[in-house]
Design a binder for this molecule. Structure first.
Ligand SMILES: [Zn+2]
Length: 67
């Protein structure tokens, strides 16, 4: 009877909690950034242009020419 040899995967399938936490942080940051940009462009906001004006003033404070 031939001997059965088990094969171990080269890369383990478990993910360390640190990597999982870092990935979650990156995804949450990108989602927040997308939300802020959408809010700034008026795609999300139903209550006016407050955030748009805030970011506009921020651009002026940084010296970015816009108009
Ligand atoms: Zn301006």
């Amino acid at each position: 009877m031939p001997k059965v040899q088990t094969v171990r995967p080269l890369h383990p399938t478990t993910v360390s909690p640190r990597v999982l936490g870092a990935a979650f942080g990156v995804v949450a940051t990108l989602l927040l950034l997308a939300y802020l940009v959408a809010f700034d462009q008026g795609a999300v906001s139903q209550s006016g242009m407050f955030l748009h004006e805030l970011m506009h003033d921020g651009r002026h404070l940084l010296g970015v020419p816009c108009h």
